[in-house]
Design a protein around this ligand. Sequence first.
Ligand code: 13P
Length: 343
Amino acid sequence: MAHNELHETARALVAEGKGILAADESTGTIKKRFDSIGIENNEENRRAYRDLLFTTPGVEEFISGVILFDETIRQSGHDGTPFPQLLESKGIIPGIKVDQGAKPLALAEGETVTEGLDGLRARLEEYRTLGARFAKWRATYSITDTLPSDYCIWTNAHALARYAALCQEAGIVPIVEPEVLQDGTHTIQRSEHVTSRVLDALYTELFDQRVDLEGTLLKPNMVLSGYEASKRAGVDEVAEQSLHAYYKHVPAAVPGIVFLSGGQSDEDATAHLNAMNARGPHPWQLSFSYGRALQAPAIKAWDGKPENVEAGQRAYYHRAKMNSAARTGLWAPEMEREAVAAV
Ligand code: 13P
Protein backbone atom coordinates (compact mmCIF):
# COMPACT_ATOMS: atom_id res chain seq x y z
CA MET A 1 0.00 0.00 0.00
CA ALA A 2 1.45 3.32 -1.06
CA HIS A 3 1.97 5.57 1.92
CA ASN A 4 2.18 8.49 -0.47
CA GLU A 5 -1.50 8.11 -1.21
CA LEU A 6 -2.24 8.58 2.50
CA HIS A 7 -0.03 11.67 2.58
CA GLU A 8 -1.73 13.09 -0.50
CA THR A 9 -5.22 12.49 0.87
CA ALA A 10 -4.31 14.06 4.22
CA ARG A 11 -2.85 17.10 2.50
CA ALA A 12 -5.83 17.42 0.14
CA LEU A 13 -8.17 17.50 3.12
CA VAL A 14 -6.37 20.61 4.41
CA ALA A 15 -5.84 22.25 1.01
CA GLU A 16 -5.67 26.03 1.04
CA GLY A 17 -8.97 27.67 1.95
CA LYS A 18 -10.75 24.36 2.51
CA GLY A 19 -12.03 22.37 5.46
CA ILE A 20 -14.20 19.39 6.33
CA LEU A 21 -17.94 19.09 6.94
CA ALA A 22 -18.75 16.62 9.73
CA ALA A 23 -22.13 15.20 8.67
CA ASP A 24 -21.66 11.92 10.52
CA GLU A 25 -24.24 12.39 13.25
CA SER A 26 -25.46 9.00 14.46
CA THR A 27 -29.20 8.31 14.24
CA GLY A 28 -29.49 9.31 17.91
CA THR A 29 -27.58 12.58 17.51
CA ILE A 30 -29.39 13.71 14.36
CA LYS A 31 -32.65 13.17 16.29
CA LYS A 32 -31.61 15.99 18.64
CA ARG A 33 -31.05 18.28 15.61
CA PHE A 34 -34.38 17.28 14.03
CA ASP A 35 -36.20 17.72 17.35
CA SER A 36 -35.06 21.35 17.34
CA ILE A 37 -37.11 21.96 14.16
CA GLY A 38 -39.86 19.47 15.00
CA ILE A 39 -39.34 16.99 12.16
CA GLU A 40 -39.54 13.24 12.33
CA ASN A 41 -36.27 11.31 12.55
CA ASN A 42 -36.87 8.82 9.74
CA GLU A 43 -34.55 7.51 7.03
CA GLU A 44 -36.02 9.66 4.23
CA ASN A 45 -35.75 12.89 6.25
CA ARG A 46 -32.16 12.06 7.13
CA ARG A 47 -31.44 11.38 3.44
CA ALA A 48 -33.18 14.56 2.27
CA TYR A 49 -31.25 16.69 4.75
CA ARG A 50 -27.87 15.24 3.76
CA ASP A 51 -28.88 15.66 0.10
CA LEU A 52 -29.44 19.38 0.76
CA LEU A 53 -25.95 19.73 2.21
CA PHE A 54 -24.11 17.63 -0.36
CA THR A 55 -25.72 19.23 -3.44
CA THR A 56 -25.13 22.83 -2.32
CA PRO A 57 -23.88 24.58 -5.47
CA GLY A 58 -20.33 25.90 -5.28
CA VAL A 59 -19.58 24.76 -1.73
CA GLU A 60 -16.71 22.62 -3.02
CA GLU A 61 -14.70 25.85 -3.20
CA PHE A 62 -14.54 25.72 0.63
CA ILE A 63 -15.14 22.05 1.51
CA SER A 64 -12.47 19.40 0.92
CA GLY A 65 -14.16 16.40 2.53
CA VAL A 66 -17.33 15.22 4.22
CA ILE A 67 -17.54 12.72 7.08
CA LEU A 68 -20.47 10.34 6.60
CA PHE A 69 -22.32 8.00 8.96
CA ASP A 70 -22.74 4.27 8.19
CA GLU A 71 -26.32 4.79 6.97
CA THR A 72 -25.41 7.87 4.91
CA ILE A 73 -22.54 6.26 2.97
CA ARG A 74 -25.11 3.76 1.66
CA GLN A 75 -27.72 6.39 0.66
CA SER A 76 -28.14 8.32 -2.60
CA GLY A 77 -29.00 11.84 -3.73
CA HIS A 78 -32.39 12.71 -5.26
CA ASP A 79 -31.09 11.78 -8.73
CA GLY A 80 -30.08 8.29 -7.55
CA THR A 81 -26.31 8.92 -7.38
CA PRO A 82 -24.79 7.27 -4.28
CA PHE A 83 -23.60 9.97 -1.87
CA PRO A 84 -19.89 9.02 -2.03
CA GLN A 85 -19.91 9.29 -5.85
CA LEU A 86 -21.95 12.49 -5.74
CA LEU A 87 -19.34 14.08 -3.45
CA GLU A 88 -16.44 12.78 -5.53
CA SER A 89 -17.97 14.27 -8.69
CA LYS A 90 -17.67 17.67 -6.99
CA GLY A 91 -14.07 17.03 -5.97
CA ILE A 92 -15.04 16.43 -2.33
CA ILE A 93 -13.41 13.46 -0.55
CA PRO A 94 -15.83 11.07 1.20
CA GLY A 95 -14.99 9.99 4.75
CA ILE A 96 -16.63 7.78 7.37
CA LYS A 97 -17.13 7.75 11.12
CA VAL A 98 -16.04 4.29 12.29
CA ASP A 99 -16.16 4.48 16.08
CA GLN A 100 -19.20 3.05 17.83
CA GLY A 101 -19.51 5.68 20.50
CA ALA A 102 -18.16 6.56 23.93
CA LYS A 103 -19.27 4.00 26.54
CA PRO A 104 -18.76 4.00 30.33
CA LEU A 105 -15.18 3.06 31.21
CA ALA A 106 -15.14 0.15 33.66
CA LEU A 107 -14.22 1.08 37.24
CA ALA A 108 -13.99 4.77 36.30
CA GLU A 109 -17.04 6.69 37.45
CA GLY A 110 -17.91 9.53 35.05
CA GLU A 111 -15.42 8.55 32.34
CA THR A 112 -15.77 6.92 28.93
CA VAL A 113 -13.83 4.80 26.50
CA THR A 114 -14.69 4.74 22.80
CA GLU A 115 -15.66 1.36 21.39
CA GLY A 116 -15.58 -0.07 17.88
CA LEU A 117 -12.28 -1.92 17.45
CA ASP A 118 -13.82 -5.40 17.17
CA GLY A 119 -14.31 -6.21 13.49
CA LEU A 120 -12.89 -2.84 12.43
CA ARG A 121 -10.48 -4.31 9.85
CA ALA A 122 -13.39 -5.82 7.89
CA ARG A 123 -15.54 -2.72 8.23
CA LEU A 124 -12.73 -0.50 6.91
CA GLU A 125 -12.35 -2.78 3.91
CA GLU A 126 -16.05 -2.41 3.10
CA TYR A 127 -16.04 1.37 3.62
CA ARG A 128 -13.06 1.70 1.29
CA THR A 129 -15.03 -0.22 -1.37
CA LEU A 130 -17.94 2.15 -0.82
CA GLY A 131 -15.62 5.11 -1.52
CA ALA A 132 -14.30 6.27 1.88
CA ARG A 133 -10.77 7.70 1.74
CA PHE A 134 -10.56 8.91 5.33
CA ALA A 135 -12.13 8.05 8.68
CA LYS A 136 -12.85 9.49 12.10
CA TRP A 137 -12.72 8.12 15.67
CA ARG A 138 -13.75 10.34 18.60
CA ALA A 139 -12.72 9.87 22.22
CA THR A 140 -14.13 12.14 24.92
CA TYR A 141 -12.72 13.34 28.25
CA SER A 142 -14.53 15.36 30.92
CA ILE A 143 -12.82 18.00 33.01
CA THR A 144 -13.48 18.16 36.77
CA ASP A 145 -11.12 19.01 39.64
CA THR A 146 -9.87 15.40 39.53
CA LEU A 147 -10.71 14.12 36.02
CA PRO A 148 -9.73 12.96 33.49
CA SER A 149 -7.78 10.11 35.09
CA ASP A 150 -4.54 8.81 33.59
CA TYR A 151 -6.40 5.53 33.12
CA CYS A 152 -9.00 7.21 30.86
CA ILE A 153 -6.36 9.21 28.97
CA TRP A 154 -4.13 6.20 28.21
CA THR A 155 -6.96 3.77 27.45
CA ASN A 156 -8.44 6.13 24.87
CA ALA A 157 -5.01 6.96 23.43
CA HIS A 158 -4.33 3.26 22.96
CA ALA A 159 -7.67 2.73 21.18
CA LEU A 160 -7.17 5.81 18.96
CA ALA A 161 -3.78 4.48 17.89
CA ARG A 162 -5.13 0.97 17.23
CA TYR A 163 -7.84 2.53 15.05
CA ALA A 164 -5.29 4.72 13.24
CA ALA A 165 -2.99 1.79 12.46
CA LEU A 166 -5.87 -0.28 11.08
CA CYS A 167 -6.97 2.66 8.90
CA GLN A 168 -3.51 3.11 7.40
CA GLU A 169 -3.29 -0.62 6.71
CA ALA A 170 -6.56 -0.27 4.74
CA GLY A 171 -5.37 2.78 2.79
CA ILE A 172 -7.62 5.16 4.73
CA VAL A 173 -6.42 8.38 6.39
CA PRO A 174 -7.31 8.35 10.10
CA ILE A 175 -8.54 11.54 11.70
CA VAL A 176 -7.75 11.11 15.39
CA GLU A 177 -10.22 13.03 17.54
CA PRO A 178 -9.47 13.36 21.24
CA GLU A 179 -12.19 15.75 22.43
CA VAL A 180 -11.68 17.31 25.85
CA LEU A 181 -15.23 18.43 26.59
CA GLN A 182 -15.46 22.06 27.58
CA ASP A 183 -18.55 21.76 29.79
CA GLY A 184 -18.10 22.85 33.38
CA THR A 185 -16.61 25.76 35.31
CA HIS A 186 -12.89 25.10 34.66
CA THR A 187 -10.41 27.86 33.86
CA ILE A 188 -8.75 28.09 30.48
CA GLN A 189 -5.45 27.17 32.16
CA ARG A 190 -6.95 23.90 33.38
CA SER A 191 -8.25 23.19 29.87
CA GLU A 192 -4.77 23.82 28.48
CA HIS A 193 -3.24 21.45 31.02
CA VAL A 194 -5.72 18.63 30.34
CA THR A 195 -5.55 19.08 26.55
CA SER A 196 -1.75 18.90 26.76
CA ARG A 197 -1.81 15.66 28.76
CA VAL A 198 -4.30 14.09 26.34
CA LEU A 199 -2.25 15.06 23.27
CA ASP A 200 0.99 13.89 24.84
CA ALA A 201 -0.45 10.41 25.52
CA LEU A 202 -2.01 10.26 22.06
CA TYR A 203 1.25 10.97 20.21
CA THR A 204 3.15 8.51 22.43
CA GLU A 205 0.70 5.74 21.45
CA LEU A 206 0.64 6.71 17.77
CA PHE A 207 4.44 6.54 17.70
CA ASP A 208 4.57 3.20 19.55
CA GLN A 209 1.95 1.69 17.24
CA ARG A 210 3.95 2.73 14.14
CA VAL A 211 1.40 5.15 12.73
CA ASP A 212 2.74 7.32 9.92
CA LEU A 213 1.88 10.82 11.17
CA GLU A 214 2.11 12.39 7.70
CA GLY A 215 -0.88 10.27 6.74
CA THR A 216 -3.05 11.43 9.66
CA LEU A 217 -4.95 14.53 10.76
CA LEU A 218 -5.65 15.68 14.31
CA LYS A 219 -9.15 16.82 15.28
CA PRO A 220 -8.90 18.37 18.74
CA ASN A 221 -10.96 20.67 20.91
CA MET A 222 -9.94 24.28 21.10
CA VAL A 223 -8.72 25.29 24.55
CA LEU A 224 -11.58 27.25 26.17
CA SER A 225 -12.76 28.32 29.61
CA GLY A 226 -15.54 26.01 30.79
CA TYR A 227 -18.90 26.97 29.25
CA GLU A 228 -20.23 27.58 32.78
CA ALA A 229 -17.12 29.43 34.08
CA SER A 230 -17.88 32.80 35.68
CA LYS A 231 -15.15 34.64 33.77
CA ARG A 232 -14.54 33.31 30.28
CA ALA A 233 -11.43 33.93 28.17
CA GLY A 234 -11.77 36.08 25.05
CA VAL A 235 -10.75 35.29 21.48
CA ASP A 236 -7.07 36.26 21.84
CA GLU A 237 -6.54 34.19 24.97
CA VAL A 238 -8.28 31.18 23.41
CA ALA A 239 -5.98 31.41 20.38
CA GLU A 240 -2.86 31.73 22.54
CA GLN A 241 -3.67 28.95 25.02
CA SER A 242 -4.76 26.60 22.22
CA LEU A 243 -1.59 27.19 20.20
CA HIS A 244 0.47 26.76 23.36
CA ALA A 245 -0.89 23.20 23.81
CA TYR A 246 -0.48 22.21 20.15
CA TYR A 247 3.05 23.64 19.83
CA LYS A 248 4.18 21.55 22.78
CA HIS A 249 2.49 18.29 21.77
CA VAL A 250 1.59 18.02 18.07
CA PRO A 251 4.54 16.95 15.89
CA ALA A 252 5.27 19.05 12.83
CA ALA A 253 4.93 15.90 10.68
CA VAL A 254 1.14 16.11 11.15
CA PRO A 255 -0.14 17.92 8.02
CA GLY A 256 -3.16 19.50 9.61
CA ILE A 257 -5.21 20.23 12.70
CA VAL A 258 -8.92 20.26 11.86
CA PHE A 259 -10.95 21.54 14.77
CA LEU A 260 -14.28 20.33 16.05
CA SER A 261 -16.67 23.09 17.12
CA GLY A 262 -17.84 21.33 20.28
CA GLY A 263 -20.86 23.46 21.07
CA GLN A 264 -19.33 26.91 20.43
CA SER A 265 -21.56 29.38 18.58
CA ASP A 266 -21.01 29.45 14.81
CA GLU A 267 -19.33 32.81 14.95
CA ASP A 268 -17.12 31.96 17.94
CA ALA A 269 -15.84 28.85 16.15
CA THR A 270 -14.97 31.01 13.13
CA ALA A 271 -13.41 33.83 15.19
CA HIS A 272 -11.20 31.42 17.17
CA LEU A 273 -9.95 29.65 14.05
CA ASN A 274 -9.27 33.01 12.44
CA ALA A 275 -7.32 34.29 15.45
CA MET A 276 -5.10 31.20 15.46
CA ASN A 277 -4.37 31.52 11.74
CA ALA A 278 -3.68 35.25 12.12
CA ARG A 279 -0.78 34.23 14.41
CA GLY A 280 0.72 31.99 11.69
CA PRO A 281 2.43 30.59 9.77
CA HIS A 282 2.39 27.38 11.80
CA PRO A 283 4.02 23.96 11.23
CA TRP A 284 0.59 22.46 10.40
CA GLN A 285 -2.42 23.74 8.46
CA LEU A 286 -5.12 24.92 10.87
CA SER A 287 -8.55 24.15 9.49
CA PHE A 288 -12.04 23.06 10.48
CA SER A 289 -14.02 19.84 10.66
CA TYR A 290 -17.17 21.33 12.11
CA GLY A 291 -20.52 19.68 12.61
CA ARG A 292 -22.79 22.08 14.44
CA ALA A 293 -20.89 25.27 13.56
CA LEU A 294 -21.38 24.59 9.82
CA GLN A 295 -24.88 23.16 9.99
CA ALA A 296 -26.85 24.97 12.69
CA PRO A 297 -28.11 27.89 10.53
CA ALA A 298 -28.76 25.54 7.59
CA ILE A 299 -30.99 23.18 9.50
CA LYS A 300 -32.91 26.13 10.93
CA ALA A 301 -33.41 27.73 7.49
CA TRP A 302 -34.47 24.39 5.97
CA ASP A 303 -36.99 23.66 8.75
CA GLY A 304 -37.73 20.30 7.12
CA LYS A 305 -39.61 21.92 4.18
CA PRO A 306 -38.79 21.15 0.52
CA GLU A 307 -39.47 24.79 -0.43
CA ASN A 308 -36.66 25.86 1.94
CA VAL A 309 -33.91 23.71 0.45
CA GLU A 310 -32.25 26.69 -1.27
CA ALA A 311 -32.41 28.79 1.90
CA GLY A 312 -30.76 25.95 3.82
CA GLN A 313 -28.07 25.67 1.16
CA ARG A 314 -27.40 29.41 1.27
CA ALA A 315 -26.94 29.26 5.05
CA TYR A 316 -24.51 26.33 4.82
CA TYR A 317 -22.61 27.96 1.94
CA HIS A 318 -22.23 31.15 3.96
CA ARG A 319 -20.76 29.36 7.02
CA ALA A 320 -18.40 27.35 4.78
CA LYS A 321 -17.25 30.60 3.15
CA MET A 322 -16.71 32.32 6.52
CA ASN A 323 -14.64 29.42 7.83
CA SER A 324 -12.64 29.37 4.62
CA ALA A 325 -11.84 33.04 5.26
CA ALA A 326 -10.83 32.13 8.83
CA ARG A 327 -8.18 29.82 7.37
CA THR A 328 -6.32 32.91 6.14
CA GLY A 329 -6.65 34.96 9.34
CA LEU A 330 -8.45 37.60 7.27
CA TRP A 331 -12.03 36.93 8.40
CA ALA A 332 -13.75 39.93 10.02
CA PRO A 333 -17.11 40.07 11.83
CA GLU A 334 -18.45 42.52 9.21
CA MET A 335 -18.18 39.76 6.61
CA GLU A 336 -20.97 37.95 8.45
CA ARG A 337 -23.36 40.72 7.58
CA GLU A 338 -22.59 40.82 3.87
CA ALA A 339 -25.22 39.19 1.70
CA VAL A 340 -23.93 36.04 0.02
CA ALA A 341 -25.51 34.85 -3.18
CA ALA A 342 -24.97 31.12 -3.06
CA VAL A 343 -27.25 29.84 -5.74
P1 13P B 1 -19.07 19.55 16.28
O1 13P B 1 -18.34 20.51 15.38
O2 13P B 1 -20.56 19.78 16.29
O3 13P B 1 -18.45 19.46 17.64
O4 13P B 1 -18.94 18.12 15.62
C1 13P B 1 -17.74 17.73 15.10
C2 13P B 1 -17.60 16.27 15.24
O5 13P B 1 -17.42 15.58 14.27
C3 13P B 1 -17.69 15.69 16.59
O6 13P B 1 -17.26 14.35 16.57
